[in-house]
Design a protein around this ligand. Structure first.
Ligand code: SF4
Length: 251
């Protein structure tokens, strides 16, 4: 049995070790709040990683998290793929934590990147009005993207970006546990379903993703470009609403 004074010394050493480790990690991840003087005779560690907008860890855990809020805070500094350093704002997702339906786009656009929220701007307003037409509200569903950061010039997500970012979507869906998923647009549907099938072949069919039924409809931006598609898009949402009301495809 160690002498009590030895135990006290050991505890002090352990505490000092963890204090040092904590400071090292904060320096490594460029915590902007860290304002300590360089140790006498020593050097402040420099990281090659650029400063994350939020969060401390550029390679945060994919899962598990207790809540969407905790997850957002933890992963918002992610630099796993090449889109991290180029984003203006991280776009996690928005909506009700009790949502029965999760709408999934492909990636943030310019306005989303600027504001940090998915489906804002003209496409977002159109989505909101389409939801209102079937007596749904944006606040009652959940809206997010496959990628959380904007690809330059709104190019399509690269397969490696989807591979690196998709586990975050999986964790969001695990926490939310919705009844239905809706892919907004061909790119989102193709990325999630690992297919190259055209949108017309993907619409009107109930797919499966993460054990949930997945419905595919147009991206609101496509509807802004071609208003002739609006009746079909409206019908897609009505059909989805009827399937949910009928309790079809319960997980
Ligand atoms: S797109 Fe996803 S994987 Fe890439 S940096 Fe952003 S959050 Fe990380």
């Amino acid at each position: 049995m160690p002498h009590p004074s030895d135990q006290s010394t050991l505890r002090s050493k352990v505490a000092a070790y963890f204090q040092l480790l904590s400071e090292y990690e904060r320096e490594l991840y460029h915590d902007p709040d860290l304002k300590r003087e360089p140790p006498a005779g020593g050097k402040v560690l420099k990281s090659a990683v650029s400063t994350p907008a939020k969060g401390l860890n550029p390679y945060p855990s994919y899962a598990p998290y207790d809540s969407l809020t905790a997850m957002n805070e933890s992963i918002s500094g992610c630099l796993r793929c090449g889109l991290g350093p180029t984003r203006t704002k991280f776009v996690f997702g928005t909506g009700s934590k009790n949502a029965r339906v999760v709408f999934i786009g492909e990636a943030p656009g310019a306005e989303e990147d600027r504001r940090g929220e998915p489906f804002v701007g003209r496409a977002g307003e159109l989505l909101n009005s389409m939801l209102r037409e079937i007596d749904w509200r944006r606040e009652d569903v959940y809206i997010c993207n496959v990628l959380k950061c904007r690809p330059p010039n709104n190019r399509d997500p690269l397969p490696e970006e989807v591979t690196l970012c998709e586990p975050y979507l999986h964790e969001q869906l695990r926490i939310l546990d919705p009844e239905w998923l809706v892919s907004l647009g061909r790119i989102s549907a193709q990325a999630l379903l690992r297919t190259t099938a055209p949108l017309k072949a993907l619409r009107g069919v109930v797919h499966r993703y993460r054990e949930k039924p997945l419905w595919v409809t147009y991206h609101p931006a496509a509807l802004l470009r071609n208003q002739n598609l609006m009746p079909d898009a409206h019908q897609d949402l009505l059909t989805l609403q009827r399937m949910i009301a009928a309790g079809a495809y319960q997980p």
